[in-house]
Design a protein around this ligand. Structure first.
Ligand code: SAM
Length: 254
């Protein structure tokens, strides 16, 4: 049995519901279009941050890229030279390909499990990235799987490279049940363009598949795995969504 098989045992067998990101990608696009998960705000900040931080050509890996629609917008008019995206959803990757096409960079996509992909990349030792992004994907993993992925990322980053995590977070000391109640109350109140059926699908997906950690848990994992600096670039008013930045050591520090 492989490390990944063992890790997958740490996730409840029925916990990951991928229907929303396969058959119902249009519903997820509706959520993006209405910026219910704050993509407009976050990716606006990300674009400016990329412009400020990458004056030279840079390479990027995105874990759980989905249709990469907001990533493509954030990367436009930056110095992006090469982009790799990995996602489980074939439907999303087809759209991602066309979203990235206008950008003057090499873009490649892989359909598969991100846990396996990071292991493969580390084993090959062929590629190192200036930037790794994961946006609203890691909360689908169990704690053990998140720990495992964080442990691989430093090996995939260049000296001084950066891991950017955009995701949902529990408040400090908040239990998952309380987080779900709080998050779903907001969905019910503010995601007003969803039909009753769409709301039910979203609720089912969130209840089955969302396992957010707190900010301090991610900061501890980053320290454990050798990241030297952490920074919060975005924190929403509801205290559910953040963009965190983790810095790999520079060559003098390694
Ligand atoms: C909420 S969507 C986020 C998409 C995009 N990154 C964004 O911010 O809009 C989550 C994405 O992660 C992908 N995903 C979830 N778990 C994954 C895994 N273990 N390996 C690869 N992709 C995964 C899903 O297929 C889906 O496209």
């Amino acid at each position: 049995m492989s490390v990944i098989d063992n890790l997958n045992k740490s996730r409840e067998p029925s916990s990951y519901s991928n229907e929303l990101f396969n058959e119902q990608w249009q519903l997820y696009q509706k959520i993006l279009l209405n910026s219910y998960m704050k993509h407009q705000e976050i990716y606006g900040i990300l674009h400016q941050w990329l412009v400020n931080n990458f004056q030279k050509p840079f390479s990027m890996l995105e874990l759980g890229c989905g249709d990469a629609s907001f990533t493509a917008q954030a990367l436009s008019n930056t110095t992006i030279a090469s982009y790799q995206g990995i996602d489980l959803s074939e439907a999303a990757l087809l759209i991602a390909q066309s979203n990235m096409e206008p950008l003057p960079c090499r873009a490649t996509f892989t359909q598969g499990e991100l846990l396996e992909y990071v292991v493969e990349l580390v084993q090959k030792q062929q590629e190192n990235f200036d930037l790794i992004l994961s946006s609203f994907a890691l909360h689908h993993l169990s704690f053990e799987q998140k720990d495992f992925v964080m442990g691989k990322l430093l090996h995939l980053l260049k000296n001084g490279g950066i891991f950017l995590l955009i995701d949902v977070f529990r408040s400090e000391n908040e239990k998952r049940e309380d987080y779900l109640k709080r998050y779903l109350e907001d969905v019910h109140k503010n995601w007003s363009q969803l039909t009753h059926q769409e709301y039910s699908l979203v609720e089912e997906h969130i209840r089955k598949s969302d396992f957010p950690e707190t900010q301090s848990i991610f900061y501890s994992l980053a320290t454990k795995h050798g990241f030297t600096r952490k920074e919060c670039l975005y924190h929403d008013t509801l205290d559910t969504t953040q963009m965190l930045c983790f810095y790999a050591p520079t060559c003098e520090m390694r």
